[in-house]
Design a protein around this ligand. Structure first.
Ligand SMILES: [Zn+2]
Length: 278
């Protein structure tokens, strides 16, 4: 397996959103009370996996229309996300060449070459780029995540991000992870979506394992950096704080496992684009 860690732009948030901890209120994490000098830009990553049984994309980043000229564009963002409220919580920018379809083109690939697109969850910085890869053969997320998106539609999620996209839910077929729910994509244990709820209901880590048992953990927004699990710092945004902590404990346990060769958060400032051979 070869795992390409790709950067698909950046997101600006209040420092309390990624590292607010267990007692951070949603209001504080949203940044409404945070002066702009205390906001930070974090990377947004996606992962392209060259698997012997197919090409798999994990998450899609921002759509180019968010940032037409490659710089932060308030008007374009509000139009693309379809939400004025979300603009207050996070702002995005994508330098030219970093949108997911642009990365694929650079690699000589088309969205239709993707056998699977797996969504760790449906927050805007993960799902807004979905329409750029809508030709992929299978586009999947957890059933709880689509339900969560429907329930929290006005504030957090906008249906327009996957309008016209054949987004389907998978069925849990295993019991790995902090919630006892996992989905083995290919039936051989090499690509497993593990439910790590808290940040949102259907959040999944993607665990990639080779025949020798060595694995790479992509833990999405289960924590915002390596220090999140090292120092047990939960993020400020969570639908279920208690479950979020339990999920972070599982991420820590996995990351410390001697078979784990890499453990990556989507928004870790210390992670540069690179390729992992697994
Ligand atoms: Zn995110």
């Amino acid at each position: 397996m070869r795992i390409h860690i790709l950067r698909t732009g950046e997101v600006r948030v209040s420092t309390f959103l990624p590292f607010g901890g267990d007692n951070c209120s949603l209001l504080k994490a949203s940044g409404i009370t945070t002066p702009k000098k205390d906001w930070i830009w974090l990377p947004v990553c996606c992962y392209l996996i060259e698997h012997p049984r197919g090409l798999i994309l994990v998450d899609t980043g921002w759509h180019r229309e968010m940032s037409p000229d490659g710089v932060y564009d308030k008007k374009a963002q509000i139009k693309s996300l379809g939400s004025w409220l979300l603009y207050h919580v996070n702002q995005g920018r994508i330098p030219k060449g970093e949108a997911i379809d642009e990365h694929l083109r650079e690699m000589g690939l088309k969205p239709g070459d993707l056998d699977y697109v797996l969504l760790t969850h449906l927050d805007c910085d993960h799902a807004n780029g979905l329409r750029a890869v809508s030709d992929a053969k299978r586009i999947l997320c957890a059933p709880e995540e689509l339900a969560c998106a429907r329930k929290n539609g006005f504030v957090r999620y906008q249906k327009k991000w996957w309008n016209g996209v054949d987004l389907r839910t998978f069925e849990w077929n295993g019991s790995e992870g902090p919630a006892g729910k996992s989905f083995d994509l290919l039936g051989d244990g090499s690509v497993v979506m593990v439910n790590i709820p808290g940040h949102c209901d259907g959040l999944c880590a993607v665990k990639l394992t080779n025949p020798e048992g060595k694995f790479v953990l992509l833990f999405a927004d289960g924590g915002y950096a390596t220090k999140s699990w090292q120092e047990m710092i939960t993020s400020g945004v969570a639908l279920d704080k208690k479950m979020q902590r339990k999920s972070l404990e599982w991420i820590r346990e996995q990351s410390l496992d001697s078979q784990c060769i890499a453990s990556l958060a989507t928004h870790d400032s210390n992670v540069e684009p690179h390729v992992i051979e697994l």
